[in-house]
Design a protein around this ligand. Sequence first.
Ligand SMILES: C[S@@+](CC[C@H](N)C(=O)[O-])C[C@H]1O[C@@H](n2cnc3c(N)ncnc32)[C@H](O)[C@@H]1O
Length: 329
Amino acid sequence: MSEPRTDDRVDVPAEAWSGVHRGPLREGEWVRLVDQKGRKHNFELVAGKRFFSNKGHLDHDDMIGREEGFTLTSSAAGQYLIFRPLLNEFVVSMPRGAAVVYPKDAAQIVALADIYPGARVVEAGAGSGALTCSLLRAVGPWGKVTSYELREEFADVARRNVHQFFSAPEGQTHPAWDLRLGDLKLGLPELGHQVDRIILDMLDPWNCVDVVADALVPGGIVCAYVATTTQLSRVVETLRVHGGFTEPQPWESLVRDWHVEGLAVRPGHKMIGHTAFLVTARRMAPGEKAPRKTRRPAPGAYGVDYTGPRPADIPPVETDAGAAEAHEA
Ligand SMILES: C[S@@+](CC[C@H](N)C(=O)[O-])C[C@H]1O[C@@H](n2cnc3c(N)ncnc32)[C@H](O)[C@@H]1O
């Protein structure tokens, strides 16, 4: 194999704020070691320091200055694969305050909420900053990500994680990031400008629908990430009842690995099943309403047992006949 050309070793421009380096590993960078059992270890390279494991030790100095993608053997004959951590690896191993948005969902959010370079995005809550990293990556240094977080201790975790991922120099942060301590419902009306995308990863996104509608530009997208079916129902119905959004689109993604070895080609035994549901809807222009769905709701969908937000053209069920119909459904 040929040696890397000189320009392959030149680092990604710092102004891109990509969180990625290329070229030889340098002191102060984070690396990810994977041992022969698949266990992962992430740490910062410090000249003169040693990494210890149950297989003896490795010297950081034997990693600094090398191109990533090599194997080192420790003092007790353990083999370690060494690369820089990818964003999707970083977010599942970084310190957590609140639960994080998993990479499979962050990818869906970036793609289906259409986060683009230069976009003005609001998210709540910042939590541990996992989704924040993907949003900042997608908007780039010319966009804006305003992250609201209720709890100071989580905001601190998010700040540390985002700074680490983007290698922010001391006293600096990603130029597109604005982390605000407080409630999105109170903060958003004070933001002073409209935004293109709003991502809600919080317990009660339905309580934010009015402020979200006021803050979004026409054509803007709201995307809610919720863990349970009751939350999913409530946020979808609240968006529907509001009237200023297109029909909400709910979905989830499941990721299944495959085992591929000779003739043994089959689904893996483990999969990333349920993490959360996603819902997106687009903001209509002021005063405009999306056409009503021509298909009637399923019988009993809004029957006597339904207690959530109710579309204006679907009256509450009051008669015995209506109740019977609801129970049969
Ligand atoms: C599941 S965590 C978010 C995780 C984050 N998206 C990540 O990927 O690391 C939910 C966060 O929302 C915050 N939160 C809940 N309601 C909020 C509100 N109204 N305004 C701002 N933050 C809120 C909570 O404090 C919590 O940290």
